[in-house]
Design a binder for this molecule. Structure first.
Ligand code: FAD
Length: 446
């Protein structure tokens, strides 16, 4: 490392700085630990200092100092990302955005917030006026909005609104550049794609303007099914029932729901489960549909009881993996999207083909107007070679895999870096200081 850290620290007086090495190491981590492939690759990678800006003025000062001394910069929200996006490969400064947590305003259908606002905090505020977030990852209690924009993709609510990157799901982003003289750029409309899901390589997001959804009273439901494919087909049918309002349809092949220790009393041994969030107004229509697929409703939590007892949402999406790993740390996961096919033939094939090695976990989402199953299958890990074999087999058969076992942006979900993002990167980060090493297309140039 050839950078002058002391000069940087001296130039940032008045801004909160953490130099304690234990703290800095902690704030250099994220949840890549779900991947046995990433853990050894990212071991020992830590930043040198953490800075915690309180406002955009401080972000501008930090950006100017990092440019002046040519120091690598890793931006961090809550650090719940799964691909090592927050782990600095070349040391340097970690910019922790969590002190910037002001909700600027909420209007009918739109909110504007600072980067470090927690998703649950925005949701709570929006609900005061009858609105809520369109979608959120299952980490919504800790994750920040800018971390979701820069590192996430969708989640609870995606069955209605699609993925975060879909046109219309983000209105505007305010970004600080790392030019010789850092400035603030506001990206609006389709231009937000220049920064969306760019893993913090494209400028520092300071504010986010996001569309909201009408808030419904949501009922949490657990169903069980003797047959997995009946559960999966129920999921597709509920996803397709346009008159029924829902926010979450998660389907879990046995033994996955048996890993959900706090829910065990509602999920007998050897049964497959569905976890749902259904609007109160649609609840009456659920038993008929469940019966059609041979399922049983074993649990319901009314909307007014939200906040009491177990929170079903924290068993869905990648929380499923988290719960399974608390029982068996050799379990890892895949991120997939199955092709649109209402008969779910490929799901069925994979379910039978892999048996207990790749356990099926479906999350229904809406893609281009059609409800399809995304999947976060649980994998009993044996070797990297076998994992890659499984991934390639899925890809060959037509399952899209967003590989969560790589810290290289192009090898994950996107496959290539969007040329518009690269062009924007060249303008806002000419010295390539931001999250260096995470893209094949970019080399560290310090
Ligand atoms: P971080 O991890 O802190 O950062 C993520 C990326 O964004 C990093 O590259 C970082 O550099 C960049 N970044 C952060 N803030 C800024 C900023 N201000 N400016 C520029 N770049 C920035 N994700 C989903 O999409 N859906 C899910 O359902 C989901 N479920 C999960 C469940 C579990 C148990 C776990 C551990 C993770 C899950 N994730 C999921 C991944 C992750 O939690 C979410 O994407 C979350 O929104 C990330 O927010 P964060 O604040 O923790 O971001």
């Amino acid at each position: 490392k050839s950078f002058d850290l002391e000069a940087l620290i001296n130039s940032l007086q008045g801004i909160e700085i953490i130099t304690d090495s234990t703290q800095v190491a902690k704030l250099s981590q994220d949840y890549h630990t779900f991947s046995p492939v990433l853990v050894p690759k990212l071991a020992g990678k830590v930043g040198d200092v953490v800075v915690r800006p309180a406002n955009e003025q401080e972000v501008l000062k930090i950006a100017a100092a990092c440019v002046k001394y040519r120091i690598p910069v890793t931006i961090r929200g809550a650090g719940t990302g799964n691909y090592g996006q927050c782990v600095p490969l070349h040391g340097g400064v970690i910019v922790d955005m969590t002190r910037m947590h002001e909700i600027c305003w909420v209007k009918p259908g739109i909110a504007r917030v600072e980067a470090g606002v927690k998703l649950a905090a925005l949701d709570k505020k929006a609900r005061e006026s009858g609105w809520e977030m369109r979608m959120a990852p299952s980490t919504y209690r800790t994750a920040t909005i800018a971390g979701f924009v820069a590192g996430g993709s969708g989640g609870i609510g995606s069955i209605q609104y699609g993925l975060l990157g879909d046109r219309g799901n983000l209105i505007a982003l305010r970004v600080v550049t790392l030019e010789d003289e850092p400035r603030v750029i506001e990206l609006r409309g389709d231009d937000v794609q220049k920064v969306n899901h760019a893993w913090g390589i494209n400028g520092i997001i300071t504010e986010v303007e996001i569309p909201l959804a009408p808030a419904y009273p949501w009922v949490e439901v657990i169903l069980t099914f003797p047959e997995f494919m009946a559960a999966a087909k129920f999921g597709q049918a509920l996803a397709d029932a346009d008159g029924m309002i829902k926010k979450e349809i998660g389907i879990f092949a046995s033994p996955i729901p048996q890993y959900f220790t706090p829910l065990r009393q509602y999920i007998p041994d050897d049964t497959n489960a569905a976890l749902l969030l259904v609007a109160e107004q649609s609840l009456e229509f659920l038993p008929g549909l469940v019966e059609q697929y041979g399922g049983t409703i074993t649990y319901q939590k009314q909307a007014q009881e939200v906040g009491k007892g177990a929170n079903l949402l924290e068993f869905t999406w990648n929380h499923t993996t988290l719960h399974a790993r608390t029982v068996d740390t050799s379990i890892t996961y895949l991120q997939s999207i199955f092709p649109a096919d209402k008969s779910l033939k490929l799901v069925e094939h994979m379910y039978h083909h892999y048996g207990d090695e790749v356990m099926m976990h479906l999350e229904f989402i809406r893609v281009n107007g059609t409800a399809i199953p995304a999947a976060l299958q649980l994998v009993r890990y044996t070797s990297e070679e076998r994992l890659n074999e499984i991934i390639h087999d899925h890809e060959e058969k037509g399952v899209f895999i967003a590989n969560p076992h790589t810290y290289i942006i192009e090898d994950g979900g996107r496959k290539v870096i969007d040329p518009e993002q690269l062009k924007f990167k060249e303008m806002v980060d000419p010295y390539r200081l931001m999250n260096p090493g995470k893209s094949k297309a970019l080399e560290l140039k310090v």
